[in-house]
Every structure is written in structure tokens, then in C-alpha cells.
Design a protein around this ligand. Structure first.
Ligand code: ATP
Length: 489
């Protein structure tokens, strides 16, 4: 899919009530977005897919909903106050700020596009090394050597490369003066770490076990681009899996595979996903891999799987002075209990908004339909039925003759179990198209024959096939098609 199609997906998202720019009547707020009436349904369903797969399907994983505000010392212990920064560079003419590594990545992509693969590889290796060494001077040198210009001003008038912390801060308490500085969490994970013993003890959890949480995270991203790909306020779905030290390699592989399978179950094609190993490891990790998705603008990170060692729990134990240890009564090969230790952690961390964007891009299809004079194109979202915002649209053919009453009756019967859409205006073809554009898997039409023989027409989104069925058959058809089992089993 090209950039051009991506533009269509973005305008589709707006036109059909999936995603709006935040504060639009005030010309928007950069890198902040709102989910509209259909977007919120799709987002809820995607979140539910994750939650069911992680919590409901695993006896040894439980949930948590910790607060966004946390004690400021947490971000000291986690390394975010000292280390959560990106290498930034400013162009003096346009006054625009960029991530130095992103400028270099764009250049590498351009070399590859132009067939200059050796140059691309060389630059990639040099950049990786500079990032590994935290060598800001070398990053600047690479930008100069490769004659990278500012996309806005077109000049090479750059400042030096500096580190820029990504956390938002605010004050707690009624008075700003003298009040404590608190941070908006840049990840949900720390809420899990500091509750590790609360959950373990009250849930009587035995290692290995996991804690899962979904919620908002905030990062003062410098470069905001590609729609909901990089936002300043976004939602994460994270799971921390606590394990015995020394077993991290096998659990890391386990979760890599589990998470890749979870993505592929969506049915968008296995070629859309790939693993990308990290060269530069975050301050907390001893191994890390991304699951990348083939977005219209190229393969980009959607999820990270990190082997976090005991970095977080150990630091929290040190800084808080509270023991964060687990007593393992299982016996080792010498028949001795493993005893007390700080667990190691494997983390799976996915951005709900990036998953949403991937889903929308993969599901969006433009199709030629009909032939001859009736030739037309339709836009359809090929969403897995269980994820669609609406499952069924109830469409009385006419707004009279008792047809709406039958429609309402069917709707009342279904709405306890399915999110239904009701509409009696406009030509039926137009109504079908609107439902296709929302990804509604089934439309049900009520006509005069319905009054005579209690049958309705069911129309399938993907094939556009229409079938006459008895009203009494409807629930059975829906139950067969709309359920979690294809995604979870
Ligand atoms: P990137 O390198 O793209 O900035 P990251 O490696 O910093 O991402 P993590 O800290 O591993 O990301 O966060 C885990 C997940 O959270 C990411 O895989 C991504 O899906 C999501 N995420 C991170 N930052 C953002 C953001 N600014 N907007 C939307 N989602 C994000």
C-alpha cells in the first residue's frame, strides 16, 4: 500500500467517525487525537482481544489498573529521569527539531530506494555504533557527512545533537509554588512493578506469573507524524511476566512466539509482520525485539518484547527500602528450595493506537463491484466480525407499512448481545455501502414479504451475497460468525 492509500485511510478514519484530530475547532493539538463513535468501539474490541488473550486465556496472568500519577521517585528508580531521552538536533533556519536517529534512518531508506545498498549498510552500522556508544558528536558528524538537509528549510545549518527528556511533568497539590513535581507516566509498566508484591501476595501467585495492564501513557515526542503512529498521549497494553532468574531466555522465546501468533490470528497475512532485533538495548534490557507491521509507510514497530532482568524491581527495592523479593519453595536439582530472590521479568508491550492503525490499514479495501452501467467502487473494512464496531445493521426497506416495527423488534432482541445499528432512511444500496465502510459484517433487510412469511434478507459484507432466511434463523447465523473463538483458540 502506498502513501496515497494511507492518505485515504486517514480521511476515511475522519469521515466515518473513527479518529478526529484533538481540539479541532481550535486547529488541533499536535500529535493528540480523539476516537469517534466508531473508533471507540473498534478500539474497545481490540483492547478486549488483547485482554482476553493475555488474562482470560492464562490462569497465571492477572490484571491491574494502577493510577497514572505515581510517586516521583518511581521515575528515578526506573531510570526515566536520567535516561529517558532522545538525541535531538535543531535546524537553525527552520527552527524545527528532529530526532537525529530518525534523520539518519530516513537517509538509509533513501539510499536503499536508490539501490545504494552498500552505502545504506555502512550508514546503518555507523549509526548503530554511535547510538550504542551514546556518541552525540558522531551522530552529528554522520548527519553532516551524508549531507542531510532539513526537509523544511532545505539547509544543513544544524545545531549540535543533545539529549531531550520525553516525560511530561506537572505539580501536585492546590498551589503550584512549593508543590511536588509529578510526572505523567511514560509507560504503564512501573505501576505493575510497584504492585508486584501486592498482587503476588493477595492473589497467591506462584512464579512464573504475569500482571497485565492497559492504560494511557504520555511522552513529549518531538516529531509528531504519521497520524496516530506517534502520539503525545497514547494507550499501552503491557504485561510483565515474573520468572526465576536464569530462565529468561526460554520465556523470552515463549513470549516472542505467543505474541507473533496473536497478531497473525487477525488474518491480515503473515507477510505483514516481522521481528526486528534491537541493537541498542534500553537501559533495563538484556534482550529486546520489536514486532514490526508493514504500514503503508514501511515496516515500523508495533510491539516490543523485552527481557528486563531484575532491573526495575531491584532499583525499586533499593530506592524505597522495601523488600521486593519472592520466596520460591520449589526445589532445584539438588533438592534445595530456590528460596528468596528478586524475580526476572519478560515484558510484552504494545501500543493500542498503533494496533488500531495497523488494523485499519490492513482492513481497508477499495473494490470494483457490479458491471456494465452498474459498475461502481466500494470501500469496505474487512475486519474480523468480532472486532467490527457494529455487528448487525437493521434496515427496514421503507419507513412505513409496519416495517420499522418489525425492525425494532429484531433490534430489541439482538441488542443485549450485539452492537446493532438501525437505519430506515435512504436507498438500500447507499445504506449497504455505509455499513461496508464501517466494517459491519451483516445487514438485515425487512420488506413486505417479511410481514407475510417472517423472513428477512441477510447480506454478507465480504461477499455481498444476499440470502432469504427466517427471522428465527438469524441468531444462529450470528452466533456462528461472531465470536472470539477464531481469535483465541
Ligand atoms: P519508538 O521507538 O517507536 O518511539 P519505543 O521503542 O520508544 O517506540 P516502547 O517504549 O517499547 O516504544 O513502548 C512500547 C509500545 O508503545 C511501542 O511498541 C508502541 O506500540 C507504543 N508507543 C510508544 N510510543 C508511542 C507513541 N508516541 N505513540 C503511540 N504509541 C507509542
Amino acid at each position: 500500500m502506498s502513501e496515497e492509500v494511507f492518505k485515504k485511510v486517514v480521511s476515511h478514519a475522519k469521515e466515518y467517525g473513527f479518529v478526529f484530530p484533538s481540539s479541532e475547532i481550535y486547529d488541533g493539538l499536535a500529535a493528540v487525537y480523539d476516537y469517534g463513535q466508531n473508533g471507540v468501539e473498534l478500539k474497545n474490541n481490540l483492547r478486549q482481544y488483547w485482554w482476553k488473550a493475555m488474562v482470560q486465556m492464562n490462569e497465571n496472568i492477572v490484571g491491574l489498573d494502577s493510577a497514572i500519577f505515581m510517586h516521583p521517585k518511581i521515575w528515578k528508580a526506573s531510570g526515566h529521569i536520567d535516561g529517558f531521552s532522545d538525541p535531538m538536533i535543531d535546524n537553525k533556519d527552520s527552527k524545527k527539531r528532529y530526532r537525529a536517529d530518525n534523520l539518519l534512518e530516513d537517509k538509509i531508506a533513501r539510499y536503499q530506494k536508490d539501490g545504494k545498498t552498500i552505502k545504506a549498510d555502512e550508514l546503518q552500522a555507523a549509526m548503530d555504533q554511535a547510538l550504542l556508544d551514546n556518541d552525540l558528536v558522531q551522530l552529528k558528524a554522520l548527519i553532516e557527512q551524508h549531507e542531510i538537509v532539513c526537509p523544511i528549510s532545505g539547509t544543513r545549518n544544524w545545531t549540535g545533537v543533545r539529549q531531550f527528556n520525553l516525560m511530561f511533568s506537572t505539580e501536585m497539590g492546590a498551589m503550584a509554588e512549593g508543590a511536588d513535581k509529578v510526572y505523567l507516566r511514560p509507560e504503564t509498566a512501573q505501576g505493575i512493578f510497584v504492585n508486584f508484591l501486592n498482587v503476588q501476595k493477595t492473589g497467591r501467585m506462584k512464579i512464573p506469573f504475569g500482571i497485565a495492564q492497559t492504560g494511557k501513557a504520555f511522552r513529549n515526542e518531538i516529531i509528531a507524524r504519521q497520524f496516530i503512529m506517534r502520539m503525545r498521549e497514547f494507550e499501552q497494553m503491557e504485561m510483565q511476566f515474573f520468572i526465576r532468574p536464569g530462565t529468561q531466555k526460554e520465556w523470552y522465546e515463549h513470549w516472542k512466539n505467543m505474541r507473533m501468533n496473536w497478531h497473525q490470528k487477525l488474518g491480515f497475512g503473515s507477510n505483514k509482520y516481522r521481528f526486528h532485533n534491537h541493537v541498542k538495548l534500553a537501559h533495563y534490557a538484556d534482550a529486546a525485539v520489536d514486532i514490526e507491521f508493514d504500514y503503508p509507510f514501511g515496516f515500523k514497530e508495533m510491539e516490543g518484547i523485552h527481557s528486563r532482568t531484575d532491573f526495575d524491581l531491584r532499583n525499586h527495592q533499593e530506592l524505597s527500602g522495601k523488600k521486593l523479593q519472592y520466596f520460591d519453595a520449589d526445589l532445584d536439582e539438588n533438592g534445595k528450595a530456590y528460596g528468596n530472590y528478586i524475580p526476572y521479568v519478560i515484558e510484552t508491550s504494545i501500543g493500542l493506537d498503533r494496533l488500531f492503525l495497523a488494523t485499519l490499514c490492513a482492513a481497508y479495501k477499495e473494490e470494483e463491484v457490479g458491471d456494465g452501467e452498474k459498475k461502481d467502487t466500494r470501500v469496505v473494512l474487512n475486519l474480523p466480525p468480532i472486532l467490527a464496531p457494529y455487528k448487525v445493521a437493521i434496515l427496514p426497506l421503507l419507513k412505513k407499512d409496519g416495517l420499522p416495527e418489525v425492525g425494532r423488534k429484531i433490534m430489541n432482541d439482538l441488542k443485549t448481545d450485539y452492537n446493532c445499528f438501525y437505519e430506515e432512511k435512504d436507498a438500500i444500496g447507499k445504506r449497504y455501502r455505509r455499513q461496508d465502510a464501517l466494517g459491519t459484517p451483516f445487514c438485515v433487510t425487512i420488506d413486505h414479504q417479511t410481514l407475510e412469511d417472517q423472513t428477512i434478507t441477510i447480506r454478507y459484507r465480504d461477499t455481498m451475497v444476499q440470502e432469504r432466511i427466517a427471522i428465527t434463523q438469524l441468531r444462529e447465523i450470528l452466533a456462528k460468525e461472531i465470536n472470539w473463538s477464531s481469535l483465541l483458540s
